[in-house]
Design a binder for this molecule. Structure first.
Ligand SMILES: Cc1cc2nc3c(=O)[nH]c(=O)nc-3n(C[C@H](O)[C@H](O)[C@H](O)COP(=O)(O)O)c2cc1C
Length: 386
């Protein structure tokens, strides 16, 4: 049997362990942590894994196909790369590595407003297929300008966030004093000295910066100045009034990310969104909240009105099958892909996608499921499911 990836790292957990060894501590903490006591980040994966699938060995079976269509676009797998900020700080060139890998495998890559490559570069690397996640700018001119740039770059889907109405209370980030570009205090310098590959790659690719926002920023900013800039520039709390001008201006598909209740899903339908991503931001915002798969199971009933996607906690092919079995139209992962890049650098994106595809294919073959959309037929209606 041949495997299309480095068999030393056959799981996301093995990639995570290697990433932990290769990334400076402050960068790994930023990627790996949840918020407060880290309860919800654990709950996300644990509750996905309570879902069980039923195999049907004696059914007629030809072959499984991972292909999935959303918004009229055919993708080769039912999963994509979620938007993650500061990627180039965690591993040099990370967003470019992931955008290229997503393009090669024909899966969606979502570019964050606050990552280290620009809308224009992501579009170039994906031939106009990258989606763009917009933090909602406080000022009209800035919002209009960024949306115009996303349109000109050919982005098919604009994603806006509703789950960052305030900052996430993340103790390790508070202690590490994370800054952009990175500020090297004594502790950080020691961490970087112990990670020669990260340091060399950073020297080679240059200090990371907020490439999309650069035209609107003044020079280098400390975490404090950056916080002020973000607070002044973006208004995290969304409402109907703030969404309307975005919906009016954006002619492509519009997605609301961070939905965690039926009420917000219904409001998204009323406001004219084409899709929602049920998400709790990977457990980085509300430690006291539900895991993401729970509201997903209640929200899939709106699927005839809106495309329902999910992220948070997915770490394997079986996890993808469990989420798709719960009725999602599509799903995304954030950390899994970044662990891949942290572990394997430029090969990390390709490795992680190939591995997840193979794991998912194996589950499909095992349960005798030919199409992703048939996975819900294999769900065991367990006690804990709604
Ligand atoms: C380090 C990190 C940074 C993130 N930055 C953003 C961001 O800039 N914009 C955004 O919409 N979501 C952001 N997210 C949330 C992800 O898009 C996604 O919802 C989350 O990672 C999914 O959970 P998972 O990591 O368990 O797959 C971030 C997540 C992480 C881990």
């Amino acid at each position: 049997m041949s495997f299309p990836f480095n068999t030393d790292y056959p799981t996301i957990e093995s990639l995570r362990e290697r990433a932990r060894k290769r990334m400076p501590g402050f960068a790994f903490d930023y990627l790996d942590g949840g918020c407060n006591e880290n309860i919800n980040i654990r709950r996300n994966t644990e509750e996905i894994r309570e879902i069980q699938l039923v195999p049907r060995y004696l059914e007629n079976y030809k072959q499984s196909n991972l292909g999935t269509e959303i918004f009229g676009i055919k993708y080769s797998a039912p999963f994509g790369i979620a938007p993650v900020g500061l990627q180039g700080l965690m591993w040099p060139n990370a967003p470019e590595i992931l955008a290229k890998a997503a393009h090669k495998h024909n899966i969606p890559f979502i570019l964050s407003t606050v990552t280290t490559t620009s809308i224009e570069r992501a579009s170039e690397l994906t031939e106009g297929k990258a989606w763009f996640q917009l933090y909602n700018p406080a000022e009209d001119w800035l919002r209009e300008d960024i949306i115009k740039r996303a349109g000109a770059a050919g982005c098919p889907v604009l994603v806006i966030l509703c789950d960052v109405p305030t900052f996430g209370y993340r103790p390790k980030e508070i202690r590490n004093g994370l800054a952009m570009p990175p500020i090297l205090n004594i502790r950080n310098i020691f961490q970087v000295m112990g990670k020669p590959r990260w340091a060399l790659q950073t020297l080679y690719h240059g200090t990371p910066n907020f490439a999309t926002l650069k035209p609107y920023m003044k020079g280098n900013m400390s975490i404090k100045q950056l916080g002020k800039f973000m607070n002044e520039t973006f208004s995290g709390r969304l409402n109907a009034e703030r969404i309307k001008p975005i919906r009016d201006q954006w002619k492509g598909k519009l997605v609301l990310k961070g939905v965690a209740s039926e009420e917000d899903a219904e409001e998204a339908i009323r406001l004219g969104f084409d899709g929602i991503i049920v998400s709790n931001h990977g457990g980085r915002q509300l430690d006291a909240g539900e895991s993401s798969v729970r509201p997903l199971q209640r929200i899939v009933k709106y699927k005839d009105k809106i495309t329902v996607m999910m992220d948070s906690g997915i770490r394997s092919g079986p996890d993808i099958a469990r989420v798709m079995g719960s009725g999602a139209d599509f799903c995304f992962m954030g950390r899994s892909f970044m662990y891949g890049v942290g572990a394997l650098g430029s090969k990390g994106g390709d490795h992680t996608i190939s591995m997840l595809k193979m794991q998912l294919q194996q589950v499909m073959e095992q349960v005798c499921c030919e199409q992703i959309s048939d996975l819900p037929k294999h769900m065991l209606r367990a006690k804990n499911q709604i």
